[in-house]
Ligand binder design. Structure first.
Ligand code: UD1
Length: 429
């Protein structure tokens, strides 16, 4: 199994191209199930999760062709995917597939909307809390699907197709919003989704659905009104830049006291995290090319942060912020409100010398003068990248085991960082 070795202490300088967002690319790929025509997606990141979802969709009958980079493409430009679900050959998503990636559960809505039936295994994915699917099921019921649970599978049926309805989510869920939105795009009549997730990736999917022929009002707000279409058609869409990757590299630069241009990054996608970094003493300049991050000389100030749905501070940057704050001058308070049990990186950061006390959903991070390299274990996607950040700041060698978690969500991380002067390499088993 691959490992990553980081020798800490180098200042990062240069340019890092930001890739297309994983969390938009995945539901956009799934949206291809809604039409018999070809959906063209540009700027798709090269990630293990994307490849895995391609296989899962292939199982349902989606033909996928991938075009690589072409001469003249911008350096950060991702791949172009052409997905055609001309015939859906199988409406079953088996356990072996869905258990590897939670987002593949989102095929449920599109499949039942187009085919009138779907059988999808209950999901797996990152081990961060229980992560139920009640909101997904409630949404599909509101659109007229009959839902049964049998032997670990969700069986959804709507022989006469779905009809529009009112969905009012008790809690904000990104995945349930995607599922509901995609299903509503092919339901008969009008659907209103209240308390919808406002994450930019939801907006990206909604904009793609509009190009495919759905009518959607309220994109970017918490109330979405969708007029479903009998048929959706071919469209081309460019995946928006990854705000989590952007925030992650911003913190990596901040921890090394470096100066890096994050090419293609969009500040409007992560205003709250950038504000937190400014408060910590990081210099941030937004240009039309991207976001420049720098920190010269002065120490990092502690911060008080609570994770929240968008536009709040994202849970997907919580671990990275904790790594950064572990070398701040003072004690930071970080509260995780989205997922229970999303503190597994704490014990690994402690192996590097971080001083973090947990009290329920709150972590008190007392900054230390310096971290020291050690062997650590990646436990989930975002936790593993927090160990890279800590390793960049630590004295000596840090070896991160189980890096397949990193490959699920960060494109060419060791190449992007080493081009900016980091000493980081992959040790292949
Ligand atoms: C998505 C993101 C993930 C991110 C998360 C929160 C993708 C591929 N993944 O995950 O990176 O960390 O949003 O921003 O985009 N919940 C329920 N019932 C449900 C569904 C969710 O109670 O039916 C709860 C979850 O347990 C959690 C909260 O709602 O406490 C938010 O989860 P949700 O937004 O659904 O996360 P995902 O869509 O799985």
């Amino acid at each position: 199994m691959d490992r990553i070795r980081v020798i800490g202490g180098s200042r990062l300088e240069g340019t890092i191209p930001i890739s297309g967002a994983k969390n938009a690319a995945l539901p956009l790929m799934i949206a291809s199930l809604l039409t018999a025509d070809t959906l063209t997606l540009k700027n798709v990141p090269q990630l293990a999760d994307v490849i895995q979802l391609g296989r899962i969709l292939g199982n349902h009958g989606v033909d996928l062709t991938i075009a690589g980079k072409r001469p003249g493409d911008a350096p950060g430009q991702g791949q172009t995917f052409r997905l055609t679900a001309h015939d859906i050959v199988d409406t079953v998503a088996p356990y072996e597939m869905v258990s590897r990636m939670r987002a593949s559960f989102w095929v449920l809505g599109p499949l039942v909307a187009r085919m009138g039936k779907a059988k999808v295994s209950l999901p797996g994915g990152c081990a961060i809390g229980t992560r139920p699917v009640d909101l997904h099921l409630e949404a599909l019921r509101a659109l007229g699907a009959q839902i049964d649970l049998e032997d670990g599978y969700v069986i959804a049926s709507a022989p006469k197709g779905l009809s529009g309805g009112r969905i009012s989510f008790a809690k904000v869920s990104v995945g349930a919003t995607h599922n509901a939105l995609m299903a509503a795009a092919r339901a008969k009549g009008e659907t209103i989704i209240e308390n919808a997730a406002r994450e930019p990736e939801v907006g990206d999917v909604a904009e793609c659905l509009v190009k495919m022929g759905a009518k959607i009002d309220g994109i970017g707000t918490s109330t979405l009104t969708i007029q479903g279409a009998d048929e959706l058609k071919a469209a081309a869409h460019t995946v928006l830049p990854d705000r989590i990757e952007t925030g992650t590299y911003a913190m990596a630069v901040a921890v090394t006291g470096g100066d890096v241009m994050l090419d293609n990054a969009r500040a409007d996608l992560l205003e709250e995290p950038l504000e937190v970094l400014r408060k910590a003493g990081v210099e941030i300049t937004t240009t039309n090319r991207g976001i420049r991050i720098s920190r010269n000389g002065a120490g990092l100030k502690p911060v008080k942060v609570e994770t929240q749905p968008f536009p709040g501070f994202p849970t997907d940057l919580q671990a990275q912020l904790m790594a950064l704050m572990s070398v701040a001058e003072g004690t930071s308070t970080i509260r995780e409100t989205i997922f229970e049990n999303r503190f597994m990186h704490v014990q690994e950061l402690a192996r590097l010398g971080a001083d973090i006390a947990l009290d329920g959903d709150v972590a008190l991070v007392s900054g230390v003068k310096g971290l020291r390299g050690a062997q650590v274990m990646a436990t989930d996607l975002r936790a593993s990248v927090s160990l890279v950040i800590a390793g960049l700041a630590a004295e000596g060698e840090t070896v991160i085991n189980r890096v397949y978690h990193l490959d699920r969500g960060f494109e060419r991380i060791e190449e992007k960082l080493s081009r900016c002067g980091a000493q980081i390499e992959r040790l292949s088993a």
